[in-house]
Design a protein around this ligand. Structure first.
Ligand SMILES: C[S@@+](CC[C@H](N)C(=O)[O-])C[C@H]1O[C@@H](n2cnc3c(N)ncnc32)[C@H](O)[C@@H]1O
Length: 321
């Protein structure tokens, strides 16, 4: 049992945890603290140190007035969330579009930005494999990396059904396999990384002559008009008693550590891509994908449309255009 000190910062009670407890699942106790309602962030001490993880589980008061919970690392908490979400993720049509027109629109969009096939493509945060499967169908040699084994199981099952050969690796996107790759791709991963710049730099190192392809959309609060549209969509979904997009909201203790948790703005992403050393960033709106997706919407959702989708691509070296 590890005794910890706590102080309150804003809404969070922040615990100082020795670095060696990271990911160890150790129990902790905090004498004298007041009831703590839910998951809590904790931070290590030391110059330039980033948050190490989160407290997981409800805190309980024992007879000595001591609070108990478990410590798990940030990565473990993220993995747990997506392992659970894997049961529901593909039920949402824009996570895993199946209509032929949507598939065709996505295929055209990816074919345009990927290098000539067959190239070596790394899909970071591949999840249930929408991008990996499409790149493999286009004739590329795909390596799919994800932190969640349950998400990857879905990918493997689909690859098997479609007789596609995809290398599947469980791991973190910030620590990619060596490569070298001709392209590094991600779709909707960056928002859930605590240090997106670090990941973008790591991807550049494993694709020294390759291309970066970020597949993103406008969501959250990055644009006031789109935020309004998003609220209208949520209201209609609520009125229709539609299933939520995920099994649960992303834990607040994780969101607090994610710089892009309130949305991925093209401006911010283009800045990060350049800061990471990628050159010639190019932004492309995926209007055909949006059109094909909106054809599948009901009224009045059709009037609101889908959120704007875009690809930001860039190169490792100026000569690779
Ligand atoms: C929103 S889903 C996107 C999945 C997939 N790219 C897609 O387009 O459907 C985010 C994925 O990122 C994975 N993920 C989150 N943090 C990660 C990390 N640090 N390294 C690798 N994968 C991560 C999750 O397990 C999840 O599968």
């Amino acid at each position: 049992m590890q005794r910890l000190c706590a102080c309150r910062i804003g809404r969070h009670r922040v615990f100082v945890v020795p670095p060696w407890t990271q990911g160890s699942g150790l129990s902790w106790s905090c004498p004298g603290s007041r009831p703590v309602p839910q998951l809590l962030a904790y931070e290590p001490v030391g110059p330039g140190s980033a948050p190490l993880g989160v407290m997981s589980g409800q805190c309980e008061l024992n007879t000595q007035g001591t609070y108990y919970g478990t410590v798990s690392s940030f990565a473990e908490e993220v993995r747990r969330y997506w392992d659970e979400d894997s049961l529901y993720y593909d039920d949402v049509s824009h996570h895993h579009p199946v209509r032929p027109a949507e598939q065709a629109a996505w295929q055209a969009a990816l074919a345009e930005v990927l290098p000539p096939e067959p190239s070596r493509v790394l899909d970071c945060g591949a999840g249930t494999g929408f991008v990996s499967l499409m790149a493999a169908r286009l004739g590329h040699m795909v390596t799919a990396v994800d932190i969640s084994s349950a998400m990857l199981e879905r990918l493997k099952a689909k690859a098997g059904e479609q007789s596609l050969n995809i290398e599947v690796l469980e791991g973190t996107a910030e620590d990619p396999p060596d490569g070298p790759f001709d392209a590094v791709v991600e779709r909707h991963l960056l928002w859930t990384l605590p240090d997106p710049l670090k990941a973008l730099r790591a991807w550049r190192n494993v694709a020294p002559f390759g291309r970066l392809v970020l597949v993103e959309s406008i969501w959250g609060e990055v644009d006031p008009l789109e935020a309004l549209r998003g609220r209208a969509r949520s209201l209609l979904a609520h009125l229709r008693c539609a299933k939520p997009e995920h099994h649960a909201p992303y834990p607040g203790s994780l969101r607090g550590q994610l710089p892009l948790a309130s949305g991925t703005s093209p401006d911010v992403l283009a800045g990060l891509v350049s800061s990471a050393g990628w050159v010639s960033p190019q932004l492309k709106r995926l209007r055909d994908v949006e059109w094909a997706s909106s054809l599948g919407l009901r009224w009045p959702e059709r009037l609101i449309g889908v959120s704007p989708r875009f690809i930001l691509h860039a190169n490792s070296a100026p000569s690779h255009s």
